[in-house]
Design a protein around this ligand. Structure first.
Ligand code: GH3
Ligand code: MG
Ligand code: MG
Ligand code: MG
Length: 327
């Protein structure tokens, strides 16, 4: 924080010595000036805790110095105490206060009173400096806080992403699918428009795992998921992995015909992959069966009604020989 500085100003060096004697014991740096001009020059170079200012000086007198300091943004906050032996009339004292001084002391000075007044201004200065340090620290902390907040927002976004995404495929997960199904069911019941669901299940996937191993099974799931992602859909159509080898596309504001078209496209895309599945009784390749459901949502019915209906379609597709779409 630095040692407080006091400027003592008097045209007579012996008076400066007297002041120095009175200030003995204070932990301060004393700066001396023997004219008003010199005093002003010092105020531009240093920040003072206090100025002890003689009134009568040749050239610029103490009143002029005080007036000029008060008019300068850089110096107007520095407390000035006039110290004089010759200007004792009340008109001078008033003039001293009018020029912005905090006190006007007459010589001979009472050492005890003088020292206690000086002590107050040193204390005030130190408190002000401490406050300045705190402000700097506060600003630094504020910047840190803003950075932390930014990090927190990013972490929250990542967490939200993780909580709605399937780790293996990057598709939406079952949790998010259930949320979306409920949201769309409610929305559909307000708009009166059909909501459709395309429910997919890989054929003979247990056999695939048994033949190629679980790891290759995972690769296959990822590949099927990528294929689903490549199929152009509307933004509102949501693709999820809702079970081990089960996927779903939710199609708001879509009827059965539109849903069937999507389902056929998906099935063909997977079929065209020509991904070998030697132990499949259906074909030599990985295939999927699809159940399609389409309903106009009613608030009285639960959203799972759509899922149950799609399940019936899927069961039918499996029974009829797999690698097909049914409702
Ligand atoms: P279907 O044609 O009737 O659907 O026969 P399926 O063998 O596909 O059906 P089933 O429900 O009997 O078996 C599903 C298999 O999917 C069993 C399980 O080992 C596998 N599976 C589920 N989740 C995962 C996974 O995350 N990774 C891998 N590699 N396999 C999975
Ligand atoms: Mg003088
Ligand atoms: Mg299954
Ligand atoms: Mg299956």
């Amino acid at each position: 924080m630095g040692i407080p500085k006091i400027l003592i100003v008097d045209d007579r060096p012996e008076n400066l010595l007297t002041l120095e004697g009175l200030l003995e014991g204070f932990v301060v740096d004393l700066v001396r000036a023997t004219s008003g001009e010199e005093a002003l020059a010092h105020t531009l170079d240093h920040d003072f805790a206090l100025i002890l200012l003689d009134v009568q000086m040749p050239g610029m007198d103490g009143f002029e110095v005080a007036e000029l300091m008060r008019g300068n943004r850089k110096t107007k906050h520095i407390p000035i105490i006039f110290v004089t032996a010759s200007y004792k009339a009340s008109e001078h004292i008033f003039k001293g206060y009018d020029s912005g001084a905090v006190d006007y002391l007459l010589k001979p000075l009472n050492s005890k009173v003088f020292r206690s007044k000086v002590g107050v201004f040193i204390e005030l200065y130190q408190q002000k400096e401490a406050l300045k340090d705190k402000t700097v620290e506060f600003d630094r902390k504020l910047v840190e806080l803003e950075e932390l907040q930014q990090q927190l927002e990013e972490t929250n976004e990542q967490l939200l992403m993780l909580s709605t995404t399937d780790g293996l495929t990057g598709l939406l997960n079952r949790r998010r699918f259930d949320e979306l199904l409920n949201e769309e069911w409610k929305r559909g019941s307000r708009t009166g428009r059909s909501l459709s669901l395309v429910l997919m299940d890989i054929d003979h996937f247990k056999a695939y795992n048994d033949t190629y191993g679980h790891q290759v099974g995972d690769d296959c799931l990822r590949e099927v998921a990528s294929t689903l992602m490549e199929i152009p859909l509307r933004v509102m159509d949501k693709t999820s992995r809702i079970g081990g080898e089960e996927f779903a596309v939710l199609l708001p504001e879509t009827g059965r015909q539109g849903a069937m078209e999507v389902a056929n496209r998906v099935r063909e895309c997977v079929d065209r992959l020509q991904k070998p599945h030697h132990s499949s009784p259906t074909a030599g390749n990985v295939t999927i069966s699809i159940g399609v459901a389409s309903l106009v949502p009613a608030l009285d019915d639960p959203a799972r009604k759509l899922l149950e209906l799609a399940d019936i379609g899927l069961y039918r597709a499996k029974s009829l020989g797999r690698n097909r779409c049914c409702y």
